[in-house]
Design a protein around this ligand. Structure first.
Ligand SMILES: [Zn+2]
Length: 163
């Protein structure tokens, strides 16, 4: 696979990491959805919607859990703003590997859904090759990308390229 899986403005990525870093405060996982447009061969993120904005206690368990009502709010938000869910992103304390829960419970159990994991609770500078990128294949199978390939699959596109 050579085409980028995800395009986003660098300012959005920086703002997302800053939010995750601040929200997790170096002590807990944090996360949210990247929203934008999913086209046949492009996924362009334009917005970040933190989990706690959908559900105030989303980050209080050992791992993020969103209720059915939170997903209802997510779909309402997407419909109101004409956005699609492009990916989810969350932090881990240590590495960017998927936990068993991450692997068994995709945020969106739809083939083609993208999940990003940022290590070290997003503290300090985050290099793309340290981020885990996971493409859901359906039926509890994922295509996993780590290291250098991630840098080719995420493209920092200028905002004017976005629809
Ligand atoms: Zn996780």
């Amino acid at each position: 696979m050579s085409a980028p899986l995800l395009e986003l403005p660098p300012a959005l990525w920086d703002a997302t990491l800053a939010h995750l870093r601040q929200q997790g405060a170096g002590v807990r996982e944090s996360g949210g959805f990247l929203l934008g447009k999913v086209q046949r061969d492009r996924r362009v993120a334009t917005h970040f919607l933190p989990y706690e904005q959908l559900q105030h206690d989303a980050l209080q368990a050992d791992f993020v859990h969103l209720s059915a009502a939170s997903f209802g709010r997510l779909w309402d938000y997407c419909a109101d703003h004409d956005l699609d869910v492009v990916a989810d992103v969350h932090t881990h304390r240590y590495g960017a590997g998927q936990s068993r829960s991450d692997s068994e419970n995709p945020m969106l159990a739809i083939a083609g859904h993208l999940a990003l994991i940022v290590p070290d609770f997003a503290q300090g500078p985050v290099h793309l090759e340290e981020v885990g990128l996971y493409l859901y294949q359906g039926t509890h199978r994922w295509q996993r990308f780590r290291g250098q390939p991630v840098t080719t699959l995420i493209k920092f596109a200028a905002a004017e390229d976005t629809p």
